[in-house]
Design a protein around this ligand. Sequence first.
Ligand SMILES: Cc1ncc(COP(=O)(O)O)c(C=O)c1O
Length: 395
Amino acid sequence: MNREDFKILYTGLIYFDNAATALKPYILSETISDYYNYYSANAHRGNYDLSLKSSKMYEKTRLLVKEFINAQKEKEIIFTSGTTDSINKIVFGYFKHHLKKDDEVLLSKSEHASNVLPWFMLSKEIGFKIKYIPLNENHEITLESLKKMLNNKTKVIALAHITNVVGDIRPLAEIIEIAHKNNILVLVDGAQSVAHMPVDVQKLDIDFLAFSAHKMSGPTGVGVLYGKENLLKETTPIILGGGMSAEFNTKGEVIYKDLPDLLEAGTPNIAGVIGFGETIKYLNNIGMDKIRIYEQELKQYLIKRLKEIKKVKIYNEKANSSIVTINYEGISPYDLALYLNKYNICVRAGNHCAKILKEELNINNTCRISLYFYNTKKEVDYLIETLKNIEVFDF
Ligand SMILES: Cc1ncc(COP(=O)(O)O)c(C=O)c1O
């Protein structure tokens, strides 16, 4: 779908590394370049036309994001530099002030480093315990395994909506319902989901959601932290500076602004945020439901065709996302990625920042093929033919 909007695809490139970052439609760079060329004033800091325009465009994106994830209020949308930044802002801005030594935080072993390392550091500081919800034979968490982990010390469940190696989609609605019945807050890492399926924060009753614009064909350096207003109000800013205070004096007294300014100190990535607004309009025009259905069909086709190659081991056939993780018998995933690169095919080799998952998969590294709406069956066919010809490649 919409391939003509991606100039990079005109070169014949086959891009299957969408879980790392997605390609950008030309409208993104045009929007960003318009900002830099015609109204590159600071936002929220000037009362002249140029600055007012830049503020207006910046805030327009906030409204678009609010509608995109169906948040209740615009002030629940905080612009950050990405998922990593959003999670850190919540772990150190909210949970640092709400967790105690005897509390427990639940993660899984398939979480990305961004949803593990902040917890490690805070746990060292406060002393709370981190526990891992066990994974089943398909490397998924189940509601039963989750329920077994709960006790009256459990205060947070922090999980990816879609994991970035196994690609399983977590049953968020059920997880959150169980959590809330037990007075547990849920932080959702939406880095791999918001780009690929409709995510409705009110319907799912998500407490905190983090995601990155660059994985949804938007700019790098822009992300979103969504939080319910009452929770964000109790979040202490971990970055302090311009734009977030109404008053301060030499006695050190500060009157802070309300949300969202409170959590957006300093000049933000104005161009990126404005570009992100255009990305959201672009995705809305295609339709997130349509994207989800298209990717599902393409993913099934990819699996079917990969199965023609005996030496290919698929680790996550049952996963419901557009991520397919494989290895090719006798060839390291790094060599495989290099081989495919020779044929203009981009895939990702490695542990994909989910460094504790290898304990579960019993394998250090894999090759990840991750799809997006502009990928096609023809590209999958080319990948399969290239993999079938691998014997003649000299490693
Ligand atoms: C599941 C998951 N969480 C978090 C991240 C971190 O995203 P970012 O690097 O945009 O902050 C990624 C990136 O690959 C991811 O896949």
